[in-house]
Design a protein around this ligand. Structure first.
Ligand SMILES: [Zn+2]
Length: 215
């Protein structure tokens, strides 16, 4: 990190800079800073994450503009109803670093870069996907019902109120019709799920059990 800071001081207005790392010349670009910053946050190393962000503001000011390390923390669902100073997730701060959320951002960014997207576009896309999910965190609801039908990408769940909804699942194949199911889920308003019953198609609300994967 010391090398990176030295590099930052010397970089001035040039777009990328080379740093010497165990004798190997590396080019630190915006993608390295963004990936490095996320990894640092995952490792609990805020000082290094901050240095990456500062470096980014030199080499890619447009990307760094308005970006803060706090943007990567998500609301604490456990404290949503009642704030607790003893909360294991946030310690009463109401925001916390969720590793699953950061890994989702990291993977989405990496995948977009892997698809040949330029850094700026890849980052804007990945950050938008992250922010959309982050905005949903506190809308989590409990569910309870029975499996009405197992589909390839989730289950149709019949709630105790008789209403059927779709619940996206990563591995629905282990579930069986008639089995009881309960837990927490999030409604994705933009999506719906259609299934066939006899001669008719029915459209039902779309819920997910895990916000941090692509449904
Ligand atoms: Zn909390």
């Amino acid at each position: 990190m010391k090398k990176l800071i030295t590099c930052l001081l010397m970089a001035g207005a040039i777009s990328v800079c080379a740093t010497d790392f165990y004798g190997v010349k590396l080019v630190v670009g915006a993608d390295d800073d963004l990936s490095g910053m996320i990894q640092n946050l995952l490792d609990g190393d805020r000082a290094s994450a901050k240095a990456h962000l500062e470096h980014l503001s030199v080499i890619a000011p447009k990307l760094a503009k308005g970006l803060s390390l706090l943007d990567f923390e998500i609301p604490c669902i456990d404290c949503a109803a009642k704030r607790s100073a003893d909360c294991k997730l946030c310690g009463g701060k109401l925001l916390w670093i969720n590793p699953a959320a950061l890994r989702y951002l990291q993977e989405t960014f990496k995948a977009a870069l892997g698809n040949g997207e330029p850094v700026e576009k890849a980052w804007v896309f990945a950050k938008r996907m992250f922010d959309e999910r982050k905005a949903l965190v506190l809308s989590r609801k409990p569910f309870k019902g029975t499996v009405f039908r197992v589909e390839t990408d989730g289950i149709l769940l019949k709630g105790d109120d008789g209403k059927i909804v779709f619940l996206a699942e990563e591995n629905p194949s282990g579930l069986k019709r008639g089995q009881s199911a309960e837990g927490h889920c999030w409604l994705i308003k933009e999506l719906s799920h259609s299934y066939r019953e006899g001669e008719t198609f029915k459209s039902v609300p779309f819920y997910v059990r895990n916000l941090w994967w692509d449904y």
